[in-house]
Design a protein around this ligand. Structure first.
Ligand SMILES: Nc1nc2c(c(=O)[nH]1)N[C@H]1C(S)=C(S)[C@@H](COP(=O)(O)OP(=O)(O)OC[C@H]3O[C@@H](n4cnc5c(N)ncnc54)[C@H](O)[C@@H]3O)O[C@H]1N2
Ligand code: MOO
Length: 404
């Protein structure tokens, strides 16, 4: 962790690389089997291999009639069986067709399905196909989605609704996942009061705790709520010492140049401390270190700074510790619905909303204004040194990408 304190501002990508390196050195490797119902938000520990072909047999994509194309000479055909989804059909009788429903297995010998809308049922029960037929039409062939033995999801995949649906389609009732990271959440600041209590002059409500707790929980973490750090070195050390079993101590506030930085003092005394100054706005100061071997990340206390640094730095760090390779959120270019006349020396992540395909800025981009993020759909990135005319393209990171 040493060597991170240097003059000048640390570029965002370099800070991220350093954090990901630290994450690689402290992987959370323990694996547990959990039911699909418990696997949402977790990280797959082993590749998910398919134990079957999907679909397991050729089946019909339509309600209609199945036939062997070579048997059809343009004449009406007799219907020799009725096949519902869920039943095993008999082999198709030569020269006949079978009534079939969507999802039902094709009878042996059939290679074509016609939907019932294009079929006339004659008075004698035979059917006439009203349009030319093609080999394989409306047939969903065995294994078209997945073949037995194929790797469907690699280890390190974050599991969400879609992945769980996919695992269920392969018949998996349980999955092997990394155990949940245990994250202790701490706030610092004499001014902080918990919601529900009265507010005296000079005090504000603690919003970072609610924000990060909800976010960590939905990121698949176990949260140890360690409260507000006491304004006293011995007591701070006592609190930190009680967190020996967690994987990460995540604090907010008190990381700039304040005089009452007991977290920093505690890390210096019984661990390691680096104070990073990042070329990022909001979110310049970041504490990285450990207390008696337990990794510590201290995010800046301004709510929008907490949000941006958690989204772009702490979250990827946690995911990498769980073996997730792709930790960078999806981003895409959008035209700016604003001009940016003054180039900054920090990379700005501005809270923006997409309207008519353009990114509009929340009028107040102060790092103290969390409401900017509630209004926004995502963050637009304006690189250090850049100015912009309205209509120029710039990267947009949807908040939905980093909140899940
Ligand atoms: N002389 C300097 N002052 C500051 C610098 C600097 O470089 N030199 N950096 C500024 C920047 S940039 C940021 S960001 C903040 C970072 O501050 P800290 O992380 O030390 O946080 P605090 O001073 O404790 O709080 C900042 C701000 O956020 C409010 N806060 C803190 N915790 C919470 C919480 N849990 N819920 C809601 N709001 C919280 C706090 O009341 C302050 O208003 O430092 C600048 N200063
Ligand atoms: O960068 Mo601080 O992040 O201005 O709020």
């Amino acid at each position: 962790m040493s060597g991170c304190d240097k003059p000048g501002l640390l570029p965002v990508e370099e800070a991220l690389e350093r954090l990901l390196d630290l994450a690689r050195q402290t992987p959370i490797n323990e694996v547990e089997r959990v039911s699909l119902g418990e696997a949402d938000g977790r990280v797959l520990a082993e590749p998910l291999l398919s134990g079957l072909d999907l679909p397991p047999w050729d089946n019909s994509a339509m309600d209609g009639y199945a036939l062997r194309l070579a048997d059809w000479q343009g004449e009406p055909m007799a219907v020799s069986q009725k096949i519902f989804a869920g039943v095993a059909p008999e082999a198709l009788q030569l020269g006949t067709c079978a009534r079939i429903f969507t999802g039902a297995p094709l009878p042996q010998g059939a290679d074509c399905v016609e939907m019932q809308e294009n079929v006339e049922v004659l008075a004698d029960g035979r059917v006439r196909f009203l349009q030319p037929l093609k080999f394989g039409q409306h047939v969903r062939p065995q294994g078209q989605e997945t073949l037995k033995g194929e790797c469907v999801l690699p280890a390190g995949t974050r599991l969400g609704a879609i992945e769980l649906g996919l695992a269920a389609s392969l018949g998996q009732a349980e999955l092997s996942v990394r155990r949940k990271p245990r994250v202790a959440l701490l706030s610092t600041g004499d001014e902080l009061v918990e919601p529900g209590k009265p507010l005296a002059l000079g005090q504000i409500y603690n919003s970072n705790r609610a924000l990060l707790k909800a976010w960590l929980l939905r990121s698949g973490c176990e949260v140890v709520d360690a409260g507000i750090l006491p304004d006293d070195l011995a007591k701070t050390c006592e609190v930190l010492g009680s967190l020996a079993g967690v994987d990460l101590i995540l604090s907010t506030g008190g990381v700039s140049v304040g005089e009452a930085d007991f977290l920093g003092a505690a890390l210096r005394e019984a661990g390691e401390l680096s104070l990073w100054k990042l070329a990022i706005k909001p979110g310049k100061p970041l504490t990285v270190g450990h207390y008696q071997g337990v990794p510590v990340i201290g995010l800046p206390g301004n709510p929008a700074s907490t949000l941006v640094t958690f989204a772009l730095l702490a979250r990827p760090y946690l995911l990498r510790r769980l073996g997730v390779e792709e930790v960078a959120p999806l981003r895409f270019e959008v035209p700016a619905g604003f001009a940016w006349k003054h180039a900054g020396n920090r990379r700005e992540y501005l809270r923006a909303r997409l309207e008519n395909g353009r990114a509009l800025l929340y009028p107040n981009q102060s790092s103290g204004v969390l409401r900017s993020a509630a209004w926004a759909d995502g963050l637009v990135e304006v690189r250090e040194g850049r100015t912009l005319e309205e209509g120029e393209m710039l990267p947009f990171i949807p908040l939905s990408e980093v909140l899940n």
